[in-house]
Design a protein around this ligand. Structure first.
Ligand code: GLU
Length: 494
């Protein structure tokens, strides 16, 4: 193994955000490509946000995504524990060291005091940041108050002037004016670190070489580097990833009902299609190739192809990927996967699933759409008379009525109710009356399905429905057309 070490550091929110999945994927690809290690670290110092079962869900999602990690809470490793709440004693001594070095200081301001001063500043239309009030408390007094049990936080002491700069693998040189940086809390009153502190300590202790994460952390990165500097540690190399957007103005978010990884799997998106799609959400290979398996991504991934602008989650594109992956699936595998979706609409109806699957395989975009597409086999939907008038097929209600009457007799007389026999007899019917094939097949298909678009045509549907249901639906069609024709004074010239 090389000394390349990347990590994915999710907070357990109970939801694998697609932006998060992409971060995990890129961190995984980066490490795998270079023979390095990929680490999972759970960032749960914000106990208020804790969601029960959320940590296990992260393991599960990583597993489902195929992103195996070399070190992590459930797989172990030399740098554990990998859950921040289990490391809670590690951070305070480092914060104390910073106080010693005057790079941090205890702050005793109460919530109310802070609120009052914040209000006064914002009332003037200015941006609030901590006013370094407690920086000016003498060391002795601060020590005495800390020891007396008075609640305090520890804040980073950020110099007020000058600029901080770092090199990002994606964004190049990034500079931030120090005066905009807040003296962030490093340790909270409960003694637990904030993200702002824990990420630095842990990335260092876990010897992370490359920090790959979302751009929302980019403006704080100079602050983190000041911490590395204060400790005399080598900072990692950073790679910030642009945000994944829902559209031009909105971020993808759970609150707005945008799907997470788990939702997509449940809706019947294939893991490989999702990963392929996510990989291209903000990254493009040199040759604009579109299809990649995970091992192929490991080979092809290149930081140079990462876009600097945010990318938009385009569900149509995901659907397209998904349908392409489904088409490429082995038929038997497809049959297994589609069966529960057929069941949702057709359970107990005695439909030949294998034949239906043959008809559906190339038409399945997303599995969750399958029940809606095949439901007509269980129940004939209401449909409009207009369906019988098809310009290209040259059909209208009167012709349809003639056709259905004859088709009913023909089908009823068939001994062998197979697709071939049905087809042959309906073709014969068309030939005998000088009709085009479509002039017969269209009305039959409409009568059997109530739809203008179906998996398979008239004879496939008839076979799937079986003799009894087919005859019944043809009779319903005849009835419907007769009523229509008599209401509109259209007569069959028999
Ligand atoms: N815990 C942070 C998050 O879930 C991770 C940020 C990072 O990768 O440093 O967004």
């Amino acid at each position: 193994m090389t000394d390349i070490r990347t990590r994915f550091a999710p907070s357990p929110t109970g939801y694998m955000h697609l932006g998060g999945l992409r971060t995990a994927l890129y961190a995984y690809l980066f490490a795998r490509q270079r023979g390095g290690a990929f680490i999972l670290r759970i960032e749960d110092t914000d106990q208020e946000r804790e969601v029960p079962g959320a940590v296990e869900l992260i393991y599960e999602d990583m597993h489902k995504a195929g992103l195996d990690y070399d070190e992590g809470p459930d797989v172990g490793g030399d740098y554990g524990p990998y859950i921040q709440s289990e490391r809670k004693d590690k951070y305070l001594p480092f914060a104390m060291e910073l106080i010693e070095k005057e790079k941090a200081y205890p702050c005793f301001c109460t919530k109310e005091e802070l609120q009052e001063r914040r209000d006064a500043v914002t009332a003037k239309g200015e941006q609030w940041k901590y006013d370094k009030h407690c920086l000016h408390i003498s060391k002795d007094e601060a020590k005495r108050r800390m020891e007396s049990g008075e609640p305090y936080v520890i804040r980073q002491n950020i110099p007020e002037d000058g600029k901080s700069q770092f090199d990002d693998l994606v964004f190049g040189s990034v500079g931030v004016d120090r005066k905009v940086l807040d003296d962030n809390v490093l340790i909270k009153t409960d003694g637990l670190p904030t993200y702002n502190f824990a990420n630095v300590i842990d990335d260092h202790l876990m010897q992370i070489s490359h920090v790959i994460r979302g751009t929302e952390y980019m403006s704080s990165t100079p602050k983190y580097n000041m911490l590395y500097e204060a400790f005399n540690w080598q900072p990692p190399i950073y790679m910030h990833l642009p945000v994944v957007m829902k559209d031009a103005t909105r971020k993808l978010s759970k609150r707005h009902g945008d799907p997470g990884f788990e939702d997509l799997l449940q809706q019947g998106y294939l893991r490989d299609a999702i990963i392929n799609f996510i990989a291209l959400l903000g990254w493009a290979p040199k040759d604009n190739r579109e299809f990649f398996t995970l091992p192929e991504l490991v080979k092809a991934f290149d930081v140079k192809g990462i876009s600097l602008s945010s990318s938009i989650f385009n569900i149509d594109k995901l659907n397209w990927f998904n349908s392409e992956y489904i088409k490429k699936m082995d038929f038997e595998e497809y049959l297994v996967m589609v069966t529960p979706w057929f069941d949702k609409a057709l359970k107990g109806k005695g439909i030949d699933y294998r034949r239906l699957a043959e008809l559906m395989h190339s038409r399945t975009e997303v599995f969750s759409l399958v029940p809606g597409m095949v439901g007509f086999l269980a129940e004939l939907p209401d449909y409009s008379i207009d369906l019988y008038s098809h310009q290209k097929m040259k059909t209208d209600p009167l012709l349809s009525l003639k056709v259905l009457k004859l088709a009913l007799t023909t089908a009823a007389a068939l001994r062998d109710f197979s697709e071939d026999a049905l087809k042959e007899s309906l073709m014969k019917l068309a030939a005998e009356h000088g009709w085009k094939t479509g002039q017969v097949m269209w009305p039959v298909r409409v009568a059997l399905s109530g739809l203008s678009s179906t998996p398979g045509g008239a004879t496939e549907i008839a076979y799937l429905l079986g003799r009894e249901e087919t005859l019944q639906r043809l009779a319903i069609g005849i009835n419907f057309l007769e009523q229509y024709c008599s209401m509109h004074n259209i007569h069959l010239d028999e």
